[in-house]
Design a protein around this ligand. Structure first.
Ligand code: GLU
Length: 518
């Protein structure tokens, strides 16, 4: 078989913010396209006007910009196969609805919602299909003249796909292999509604994949049940030879317990399930996003890439070009991937540490300003340099105090406040109690007298002077000095800290400690 140009699409419906599972689907499409020298299309599937949410499309586009996932064609980009918004393609779909009707592969149905409800209560597990369509009001049961009359009267109708029962339909899935389903279990799906003159998802999706020359449909597992119907539609439209290959990605599972990852899991355990913060226009509710929580876009990408796929070795940190080079749909797993959000935090830590201190500065500066502090970028970069490998305390979901590496720029503030603000001294602090004794004030005064005359207040300059004093007197001033400058047992190397603070501030804090702690 000749190689077909790889063209894949991400086809979200703008019904709200993009879920993190959707981001992974788009990412796999992107990696697959890049790997194969193909094209990635962004198509907006907005045929269900009742579920349309204003702002959702803009949100989707902004999310991918932030993540560095670029589209080659589609909404916001353009291309030869547009328009790429389904609501702008009404006339295109009508032609194929006609084709299916003319070929006898679809029919018109006039059943009102009330009539359908009545049938549902009359017949247990009612399904509109070969076994029931004969009792309904449709173009298969009504005389043609009646059908014409109803249509001329402007009665509302739908077009249904006529599915022949008793056939095994095979979906050849790249990840799942041969998936087969008997057509008898499928219902005669609605393909088109006269009410809004729009096709439903199934028809629009197939028509567009065909016209946009999509070669592979890579999407979430939740769409697997639709795939047999889609195969039948390709057949009915005479497009079987150009049918795309399917790949249904594994589900994202809850961090703990059974089932699919949901927004509720995120709310409960405190992690975002959306790339960007989302303000719901209807409820006014705000949902947190990875960007606003301080994640780096590539940390999110790297984390998501490994949820359902791995390169076949234990390499975890991968750039976009490495991900592209290693990505392989055949190596995606069939079974669900647990959403280990702690791993996401670990990735962010790794990527933060790979950044230069200067790269932390804009965000750090924003946080400092919010806390009423003004300082220079040089100072801020220095603090980052001194503190970025420290450990931060946090409270886990069960209320236990735990420690982890600094994983967000915002972790810095509680650990670095003393660089910018003189501490308040607390005699009851454990570290203070242990290290500030009766004779400490006198010793601190001696150290102060050593430091006060120094011309060279660099870390090295101070160290030389203090070392000489320590050698002569046998004093161990380190912990008490830390109390004086930090207020407790935290912080970097003491000389680095005092050099950062400068002579005036250092001496001033030492005097304050002597006064406060006695
Ligand atoms: N519009 C569907 C969605 O919202 C697209 C499914 C597909 O990729 O075929 O996910």
């Amino acid at each position: 078989m000749s190689q077909r140009e790889v063209r894949v699409r991400f086809a979200p419906s703008p019904t709200g913010p993009l879920h993190i599972g959707g981001v992974r689907t788009a990412l796999y499409n992107y990696l697959f396209a890049r790997k194969n020298g193909g094209k990635l299309i962004l198509r907006i599937e907005d045929t269900d006007s009742t579920r349309f949410v204003p702002g959702a499309e803009e949100y989707i586009i902004e999310s991918f910009k932030w993540l560095g996932i670029e589209f080659d064609e589609g909404v916001g980009v353009g291309g030869d196969y547009g328009p790429y918004r389904q609501s702008e393609r009404r006339d295109i779909y009508k032609k194929y609805v006609r084709q299916l009707l003319d070929a006898g592969r679809a029919y018109i149905a006039f059943d009102t919602p009330e009539e359908l409800d009545a049938k549902r209560s009359e017949i247990e597990n009612f399904q509109y299909d070969a076994s029931t369509r004969g009792m309904m009001r449709n173009s298969l049961t009504l005389p043609p003249a009646e059908v014409e009359r109803l249509m001329a009267e402007g009665k509302q109708y739908v077009v249904r796909f006529k599915i022949e029962p008793g056939r095994d339909i095979h979906v050849n899935d790249i990840i799942r292999g041969d998936v087969s389903v008997n057509s008898s279990i499928l219902d005669d799906k609605v393909l088109y509604k006269s009410a809004d003159q729009l096709p439903t998802y199934h028809l629009a999706n197939i028509v567009d994949d065909h016209l946009m020359k999509v070669s592979h449909v890579i999407r979430g597992e939740e769409w697997l049940p639709s795939a047999p119907l889609h195969v039948l539609l390709y057949e009915a439209l005479d497009w079987k030879d150009s049918m795309p290959r399917f790949a249904h990605l594994p589900l994202l599972l809850k961090p703990v317990g059974n089932g699919k990852l949901s927004k509720r899991d995120g709310d409960k355990l405190g992690f975002p399930v959306f790339p960007l913060e989302w303000h719901d226009p209807k409820s006014g509710e705000t949902s947190s996003g990875y960007r606003e929580k301080g994640y780096l876009p590539h940390a999110v990408v790297n984390f998501l890439a490994l949820l359902g796929w791995n390169p076949g070795n234990d390499q975890e940190i991968m750039s976009m070009s490495e991900l592209t080079a290693y990505f392989d749909l055949e190596k995606c797993s069939k079974s669900g991937a647990r959403f280990d959000y702690q791993k996401g935090i670990w990735f962010n830590h790794q990527y933060l540490l790979m950044q230069d201190a200067e790269d932390w500065v804009p965000e750090f500066d924003r946080i400092l300003q919010a806390n009423g502090i003004t300082s220079t970028p040089q100072q801020e970069a220095r603090v980052v340099e001194l503190m970025k490998t420290k450990v931060v305390e946090y409270t886990d979901n069960d209320g236990n105090k735990k420690k982890r590496n600094i994983s967000f720029v915002s972790d810095l503030w509680p650990l670095t406040k003393f660089f910018f603000v003189a501490p308040e001294y607390d005699k009851e602090d454990k570290f203070v109690r242990k290290n500030w004794k009766e004779d400490t004030a006198a010793e601190m005064q001696e150290l102060l007298d050593v430091l006060a005359p120094l011309e060279d207040f660099s870390a090295e300059g101070q160290k030389a002077a203090v070392d000489a004093w320590v050698e002569k007197t046998g004093k161990r001033p380190w912990n008490a000095w830390r109390v004086a400058l930090v207020g407790t047992g935290q912080g970097p190397d003491m000389y680095e800290l005092s050099a950062f603070l400068g002579k005036d501030e250092t001496l001033c804090r030492m005097q304050s400690a002597i006064k406060a702690l006695g």
